[in-house]
Design a protein around this ligand. Structure first.
Ligand code: ZN
Length: 134
């Protein structure tokens, strides 16, 4: 089952520059900066009221984020929804014809198991499913 919008992912070129920008914008310090080696990205998280924002910057030129920014520039990159049971959601979505970018959930940032849905099957919106790791 899908639950709340867990966070909004924003692709940025320079994490430190954007971190101070969003600190100024949201008037809150980033509560976590984390490197996700498997994705070659570094991330910074903000909590604004009930809403979380994740800034994502590439660590390497061949990172998907680097390619994204090269093509589309900085901006909203993905919407992440919390799900109750990521494996059963993945199976359901697959059976409905959605294209998943992973066969198995993987360890994402902020203590989550994650899976992405290909934007070609979701009106060009990259959707991330995430389930808190207990
Ligand atoms: Zn995310």
């Amino acid at each position: 089952m899908f639950k709340n919008l867990e966070h909004i992912g924003i692709a940025v070129k320079d994490l430190e520059v954007s971190k101070s920008l969003f600190e100024k914008l949201l008037q809150v310090k980033s509560y976590k900066t984390e490197t996700v080696e498997s994705e070659q990205v570094s991330t910074a998280f903000f909590q604004s009221g009930e809403t979380k924002v994740e800034l994502v910057a590439a660590l390497a030129e061949n990172s998907a984020i680097a390619k994204y920014i090269e093509k589309k520039g900085e901006g909203i990159h993905h919407l992440a929804f919390a799900v109750e049971d990521i494996r059963s959601e993945m199976a359901r979505l697959k059976s409905e014809g959605f294209v998943l970018l992973q066969e198995e959930p993987k360890k994402g940032a902020d203590n989550k198991l994650v899976c992405f849905i290909h934007p070609k099957s979701t009106n060009s919106v990259l959707i991330e499913l995430c389930q808190e790791i207990e």
